[in-house]
Design a protein around this ligand. Structure first.
Ligand code: C2E
Ligand code: MG
Ligand code: MG
Length: 276
C-alpha cells in the first residue's frame, strides 16, 4: 500500500551529482576548471581595482557548470581543498604572467572554503605558493565567509595576522547575508569588508536600512578596512552606494565574471587609455 512516484528532476539531479563525483579528479587533470575574473571598480577613481577569482567548470559532457552546482558537493567530499589550491595557484600564475609581460598587475582575490581553512598546513602552503611565484606584497587577497569567522575567531585572527605579515590581505565575504556579527569586526584585523548584495538591495527610501548601511561603511573606514559592495545590479544602487562612502563595487552593473584572458585584455585597454 505504498505508492512511489517517479520524479524526473530528482533523477536528473542524482545523475549530475554522480557525474560530478566520478569526474571531478580527471577534470582537474584535463584542465576543465577555469579561472574566471569579475572586475571590481573603484568608486573614487572610476578605474578597475582588481578582480575576484571565480571557478567555472567547462565539462565536455555536461557543458558549462557554475559553482552553485558543484561546490556544495565538493564541500561535502573534501575535493574543495584541492580546487581552492588550484584556483590560488592559477591566480599566482596569472599575476606572474602580467609581471613578466610588463602589464601593471591589479590585486586579485580568491575564495577560501571552510575546509581549506582547517587543513593543517593551510597558511604555510598558501604563503609558500606566493613565494614560489615571487608575487609582490599587496596583490593577493583571501576571501573568508562569515561562517568561518564565527566559530574560530581566535584561530582565524592568528591566520589573518600571519597572512598580513606575508603581504597577503584578508577579507570577510558575504557580510550582511547571514547572521553578521559585530564581534567579527571587533576582533579580526582584516583589510577588506565585502558586503553582500542582499544587504543594500533595499528600497531607496528605507531610511532605517540606509542609516545602518552608511554607518557600517563608516565603521569599516575607521577600522581601515576597504569596503566592497558586491552583487550591484543597477545604476540606482551605484548612486546610493556613492553616498555611503563605499570604496569599491563589484556586480553585473559594471561587469560580469569573464575568462582570465578577457580580463587581461581589458586591463591592457585601460592601461592604454590612461596613457592618452
Ligand atoms: P561569492 O564569493 O560571494 O562570489 C560572488 C558571486 O556573485 C559570484 O557567483 C558572482 O558571479 C555573483 N555575482 C556577481 N555580480 C552579481 C550581480 O550583480 N548580481 C548577482 N545576483 N550575482 C552576482 P558564482 O561565480 O556563481 O559563485 C558563487 C559562489 O561560489 C561564490 O560566492 C563563492 O562562495 C563560491 N566560489 C566560486 N569560486 C570558488 C572557489 O574557487 N573556491 C571556493 N571555495 N568557492 C568558490
Ligand atoms: Mg567571494
Ligand atoms: Mg560574496
Amino acid at each position: 500500500n505504498t505508492v512511489y512516484v517517479f520524479d524526473k528532476t530528482l533523477y536528473q539531479e542524482a545523475q549530475l551529482r554522480y557525474y560530478i563525483e566520478t569526474h571531478m579528479h580527471e577534470a582537474l587533470a584535463s584542465e576543465e576548471y577555469q579561472l574566471y575574473l569579475q572586475p571590481r571598480m573603484n568608486l573614487h577613481t572610476g578605474h578597475i581595482d582588481g578582480a575576484e577569482a571565480l571557478v567555472r567548470w567547462k565539462s565536455p559532457d555536461q557543458g558549462f557548470l557554475s559553482p552553485g552546482e558543484f561546490i556544495p558537493l565538493f564541500e561535502k567530499n573534501r575535493f574543495i581543498v584541492k580546487l581552492d589550491q588550484f584556483m590560488f595557484t592559477s591566480v599566482c600564475g596569472l599575476l606572474r604572467q602580467w609581471l613578466d609581460a610588463g602589464i601593471e598587475p591589479r590585486p586579485l582575490s580568491v575564495n577560501v572554503s571552510q575546509m581549506q581553512f582547517h587543513t593543517p598546513d593551510f597558511v604555510e602552503r598558501y604563503i609558500g605558493i606566493k613565494s614560489q611565484y615571487a608575487i609582490p606584497d599587496g596583490l593577493l587577497e583571501l576571501e573568508f565567509t562569515e561562517s568561518i569567522f564565527f566559530d574560530n575567531v581566535a584561530l582565524l585572527s592568528s591566520a589573518v595576522h600571519e597572512f598580513r605579515r606575508a603581504g597577503i590581505k584578508c577579507s570577510i565575504d558575504d557580510f550582511g547575508a547571514g547572521y553578521s556579527s559585530l564581534n567579527v569586526l571587533k576582533a579580526l584585523p582584516v583589510s577588506v569588508l565585502k558586503l553582500d548584495g542582499m544587504f543594500f538591495r533595499t528600497a531607496k527610501d528605507d531610511e532605517q536600512a540606509n542609516i545602518v548601511i552608511r554607518n557600517i561603511m563608516r565603521m569599516a573606514g575607521e577600522l581601515k578596512m576597504a569596503t566592497v559592495a558586491e552583487g550591484v545590479e543597477t545604476p540606482e544602487q551605484v548612486a546610493f552606494l556613492e553616498t555611503t562612502g563605499c570604496d569599491i563595487i563589484q556586480g553585473y552593473v559594471f561587469a560580469r565574471p569573464m575568462p582570465a584572458a578577457e580580463f587581461t585584455a581589458l586591463l591592457a585597454g585601460e592601461g592604454g587609455h590612461a596613457e592618452r
